[in-house]
Design a protein around this ligand. Sequence first.
Ligand code: NAD
Length: 472
Amino acid sequence: MSFPTGFAMTIDGRAVAGDGSFVVLNPATLAPVGEAPLATAAHLDSAVAAARSALPGWRALSIEGRKPYLRAASDALRLRIEDFAALLTAEQGKPLAEAREEVGGAAFWLREVGKLTLPTAVHEDSDRRLVETRYRPIGVVGAIVPWNFPVLLTMFKLAPALLAGNCVVLKPSPFTPLTALAFGELMRDVLPAGVLNVISGDDTLGPALTGHPGIDKISFTGSTETGRAVMRGAAGSLKRITLELGGNDAAIVLPDVDLNKAVPNLFWAAMRNNGQLCIAAKRIFVHEDIFDRFLAAMTDYAQSVAIGDGAVDGVQIGPVQNERQLQRVRALLSETKDAGLSVTTTELDNCLPGYFLPISIVANPPDDSAVVRQEQFGPIIPLLKFSSDEEVVARANASEYGLAGSVWSADVEHARKIADALETGTVWINEAHYLHPLVPFAGRRQSGLGIENGLDGFKEFVVPHTIVTARG
Ligand code: NAD
């Protein structure tokens, strides 16, 4: 890997060390991957100041004038996919093939979002007056990102924020800061100084960024609980906020599916990235006519999956990303077993010291059990039995979350009727997890506030500026 083990922040286009550093561990081996700088309040102040002073020049470029920068950012990342993927696997744990996909996806996001445009809207052009709305950047955006898809989720924020003419202070998760720091370094030769600043730190940095008076907007992805804290923290200065939060997606499996295809598809809908995915299928509702066969086939399939160090060829599932998450998943599993629910757990046959867990399948837990109500965010799959469309739709919608969901059937029209009734931002039919830079993605209820991606997501990074000119 062509990265050093010491990483620097990027402030005003320069490498900046922290006030000390913290070690980032490889969750598969528990070996150190590198050291990330520990930012102080003074570092945050200088990152915000750098962003503010870069703002007039960056804002003065038109959207068309900023597009070449996004293309250059995309090209620069694409040229380094292998390096970034190796670093991502080392710090996050996901298999290398998925890390490559994530970094490639991030480069794709920069390029595709970089094609958007938001022309001036002319509402009236008459003898009496001209009424037009231009879309202006908001100012300095604080971007806060979680540890599950640190590279891709960063681009959901950076690409539209920069294209719109904002400057950014990016704060990665303390569990996976290295890819963001490396990206900041890469961008020093691509973007004007101060347009993108990347700072890393401990748990105090997110609240400090959220409350900082020099930040105009927070774009946050993370848990619903932290989302509430961000909303409170942003209230003081009435910052604009976009919150992409937790999910508890239902997957509804109708009795006419081909089990040979449906079982692996549903397994990966739930277990991609070891279940650490906001849009993972976290409640799989299976029709009673096929429930027993589906459960048996899913249990067999789970046993065939290779769990290990994501850097090793053939590994399909890596470790849980961090110890805190490992303990959460273990506690949820104990609670599930203590409640007397039926849990089948696969064998774990690697002897690595990392945060590994086998896969657990829970057979028909009640809707009010913790394993159904909470997002597991780890290798636990609850399979729930249902008997009618009305019943399953009501149960799927009975959640505090409303992020996404999926319906699986040979009868697409039937599936579409169910999809229509699901109260979530996105529903997939016979697939899972499709997201695109030009397609809006937004959670309902406690899954979030605001929109990412597409023109709607782009508009979250601008404010309308209406000019009314009287004539005659
Ligand atoms: P988290 O909420 O613990 O942390 C997310 C980020 O917020 C990290 O960078 C963290 O350092 C920072 N942070 C922590 N406390 C803060 C505070 N008080 N103020 C400001 N920032 C603070 O989430 P996580 O454990 O890293 O990620 C998992 C969660 O993210 C899950 O709930 C998952 O569903 C959700 N998620 C949602 C989406 C989506 O698009 N809806 C995508 C991925 C993950």
